[in-house]
Design a protein around this ligand. Structure first.
Ligand code: NAP
Length: 424
């Protein structure tokens, strides 16, 4: 039985229960209702293959004791065709009520009120942490000498920083007003002597708050504790931007060393109190300047496990890290808040391949891996990873990998899903 809200057009599954959240963590029944957005373009091919992989893994792991009750909800072109809106209220109601959802890629509407559906979903549901695991699958071509050393989870703050959308176009009355105010502030401050913003500038504001930095860091540290990972690295440009990036670093340290004191030591404490050795079971909290992290994950990736970043740094870093293990084709992501989480592929709708049964479904499949991990269904997660790795090891892959792996067999999207299921 469900206590579902009243939907305008949708009908939730008759069986199943909702996933609820307690202290920001999911409480998962055995038969959860999970809303899914198939996605536009290649989303259609990918979802069909992926859902079979998910159901097969759950069936194999739990033999009917657990089962996902899938609930199709709409966004993007499919929603627009069906209901004349890109993001129906029903979809947001379903995500709000059922808590955990999974989606394929969505076409970004050109013109109209919505800038990006993905951004809209993040804002509506306050999904403040973007999580991108970067894991290597043996056999996938990579530009690294030892890609297997890369096993990093990037926590990127989703709501603040220069991406918060507080900006004004150059030479508008609004921009001029802000600049005039700022120049007045600068001229009144002796420490800012000589600084002046040119009147014809565009202006963007970079807000960074203690509350939002710390709730994000809390999630990153909890993840490291749950998965027994060795470190959380705070990434920032605090050497240049002291009151935004520097404050982010300080607030993150403060949170880790107060709320999680029993679990963590700082890198300074590691050297000052423990002679460089990490006491058993402790997580090292360290920080690195953003530009140095780009070098470090190339040169010494094994020294990093969780990176906690602000919005812009995390955006760049996520794609750069994904490239190290073979690109975006396999890369999943999640956007997580205190009351909801949405799991998704990071690639787009690649319309030229839509409905051709050729595209690689791995990114959505890996987003399901993240979803099962988030739900605590680790056995299902492990079976999918095992099947996916074995299919790649056996060189049974889709066109994108086949063209790079010598002696590989090219499979269609559906057949690749079958290959994974057969190897679980
Ligand atoms: P894209 O859809 O990611 O496709 C770019 C290229 O990446 C494809 O032509 C293909 O390369 C490769 N590719 C992407 N997904 C793949 C997969 N699953 N398997 C194998 N190869 C894959 O990027 P785009 O063409 O810039 O964007 C198209 C639309 O998607 C736009 O409307 C954009 O706004 C939207 N978009 C949505 C999301 C999202 O919903 N999360 C994210 C990004 C973009 P080859 O041709 O070389 O094989």
């Amino acid at each position: 039985m469900t206590d579902a809200p009243k939907f305008k057009d949708l009908k939730p599954p008759a069986e199943g229960e909702r996933i609820t959240f307690k202290d920001g963590e999911p409480v998962v029944p055995d038969k959860p209702i999970v809303p899914f957005i198939e996605g536009d373009g290649i989303g259609r091919d990918i979802w069909k293959a992926s859902v079979r992989v998910f159901d097969a893994a759950v069936e194999k792991a739990y033999g009917g004791k657990r089962k996902i009750q899938w609930f199709e909800v709409y966004a993007g072109e499919k929603a627009n065709d069906k209901y004349g809106t890109w993001l129906p209220d029903d979809t947001n109601e379903a995500i709000k009520h059922y808590g955990v959802a999974i989606k394929g890629p969505l076409t970004t509407p050109v013109g109209g009120g919505i800038r990006s559906l993905n951004v809209a979903l993040r804002q509506i549901h306050d999904l403040y942490s973007c999580v991108r695991p970067v894991r290597y699958f043996h056999g996938v071509p990579s530009p690294m000498k030892k890609p297997e050393d890369v096993n990093i989870v990037i926590y990127r703050e989703n709501t603040e920083d220069v991406y918060s959308g507080v900006e004004w176009r150059a030479e508008t009355p609004e921009a001029k007003k802000v600049i005039s105010f700022l120049n007045e502030m600068l001229s009144a401050d002796p420490a800012s002597k000589g600084k002046k913003i040119l009147e014809a500038s565009g202006v963007g504001i970079k807000p960074v708050s203690k509350f939002r930095s710390q709730r994000h860091m809390r999630r990153a540290v909890r993840y490291a504790i749950k998965h027994k990972l060795p470190s959380v690295t705070i990434v920032h440009k605090g050497n240049i931007m002291k009151y935004t990036e520097g404050a982010f670093r300080d607030w993150c340290y403060e949170l880790a060393t107060t709320e999680f004191r029993d679990h963590v030591i700082t890198e300074d404490e590691q050297w000052e109190k423990h002679d460089g050795k990490v006491p058993a079971g402790k997580i090292v909290i360290k920080d690195r300047i953003a530009d140095s992290v780009f070098q470090q994950i190339l040169l010494r990736p094994a020294e990093y496990s969780v990176l906690c970043t602000m919005n812009l740094n995390g955006d760049y870093l996520s794609d750069a890290a994904a490239a190290q293990v073979g690109g975006l084709g396999l890369a999943p992501g999640a956007n997580i808040g205190d009351n909801a989480a949405i799991f998704e592929a990071t690639h787009g709708t690649a319309p030229k391949y839509a409905d051709k049964n050729v595209i690689n479904p791995s990114a959505v499949i890996n987003s399901g891996v993240m979803m099962f991990e988030f739900m605590g269904w680790d056995e299902a997660r492990d079976l999918i990873l095992k099947g996916l790795q074995a299919a790649i090891t056996d060189k049974q892959v889709t066109y994108d990998l086949e063209r790079q792996i010598e002696g590989a067999t090219k499979l269609g999207t559906k057949e690749f899903g079958d290959a994974i299921i057969a190897r679980m």
